[in-house]
Ligand binder design. Structure first.
Ligand code: FO1
Length: 316
């Protein structure tokens, strides 16, 4: 059996995870989501990337917003606004139920992994989805006026406007991968690790930099899908961050970032047909470079990309 471990941030990763879930059985696919975006807001434990993947796998995600649930209503937020509450972080009514259910379970002592498993069960998801860690890891954004911002303040409150100079992941040195993550990495039938098309700096790096992850990857083949197509991110601030970090906004620069940090482990790199001219440069980094459609508009796009990735694993 060829098992796959998908590492995901938010929207882009969730799309590919859904595609993989359509061609693999539940015992063949584990999805690990970044938790560096997580924060406590209005007393609620919010886990954006976990929720985006969870709602996507349950096929109830709000595809216009990229977060929360389809058909969302906003009565809670309007009522909160009337009471002078904080409304910069928009919580829809259905989404609010997830945060309240999760927070209630967490306050009773449940781990984030156990809570996620219960929520996924309630949504009818058969595929294992787990946080990268059950410990507290927070992505902190460093900006050019020597400020540090929590991720959600940077991403939502300040609309990604501050110029970034770097990041650090508070608490990561004392954090351990979740048990589901470790079990997937140590599974002798693990055939492929997929770095989904997520933000390299704030979605992928927190997952791979967790102590105990890289040394467990060992010789397991790992591929990455570029989140940059034609110099742009499909969604989110990845290209803007690359520019501010002095990197070219190209798929090649993403490949270089991964090779520099995780070199030996990376075997292949998927770029969109628009970036076919970059194939030779990326091959020169020692990566088998596959050119295909990586822009997932339809469900079939998600499935086709997932199939291309598993075909790559079968060729190894
Ligand atoms: N992103 C926004 O740009 N604006 C919001 O108001 C917002 C609310 C929100 C509520 C719940 C949730 O799970 C995610 C939410 N996000 C919002 C996205 C969130 O900022 C994530 O960090 C992104 O998905 C980036 O990964």
């Amino acid at each position: 059996m060829k098992k796959c471990l998908a590492l995901s941030g938010g929207v882009g990763g969730a799309k590919l995870a859904l595609g993989l879930s359509k061609i693999l059985a539940p015992e063949e696919l584990t999805v690990i989501a970044n938790t560096g975006d997580d924060f406590t807001h209005l007393g609620l434990d919010i886990c954006p990337d976990l929720d985006t993947v969870m709602y996507t796998l349950a096929e109830v995600s709000n595809r216009e917003l990229g977060w929360g649930q389809a058909g969302e209503t906003w009565n809670f937020l309007e009522a909160l606004s009337r009471l002078g509450g904080e409304t910069w972080f928009r919580l829809g009514d259905r989404d609010l139920a997830t945060h309240i259910a999760r927070t209630s379970k967490r306050r009773q002592g449940a781990s984030l992994s156990d809570t996620t498993r219960e929520l996924c069960g309630s949504l009818g998801i058969e595929y294992p989805l787990a946080p990268m860690t059950d410990d507290d890891v927070k992505t902190i954004v460093h900006t050019d006026n020597d400020q540090t911002l929590s991720f959600q303040h940077y991403f939502v409150r300040d609309r990604c406007e501050p110029r970034v100079t770097g990041f650090h992941f508070e608490g990561i040195e004392n954090a351990a991968p979740s048990l589901t993550f470790i079990a997937a990495l140590e599974d002798p039938e693990l055939a492929l690790i997929v770095i989904c098309p997520s933000n390299p700096f704030v979605s992928v790096d927190p997952i791979l930099e967790l102590p105990g992850v890289m040394d467990r990857i060992g010789s397991t083949p790992m591929v990455a899908v570029s989140p940059i197509v034609g110099g742009q991110a499909i969604k989110g601030p990845a290209a803007k961050m690359m520019n501010e970090l002095g990197m070219p906004q190209t798929a090649t620069a993403v490949a270089e970032h991964y090779v520099q940090k995780y070199g030996c482990a990376l075997t292949g790199f998927f770029v969109d047909t628009e970036d076919a001219p970059l194939q030779a440069d990326i091959q020169a980094l020692g990566l088998e470079t596959i050119v295909t459609n990586t822009v997932m508009v339809t469900l079939q796009d998600r499935i086709d990309l997932a199939q291309q990735i598993m075909d790559f694993a079968n060729r190894l």
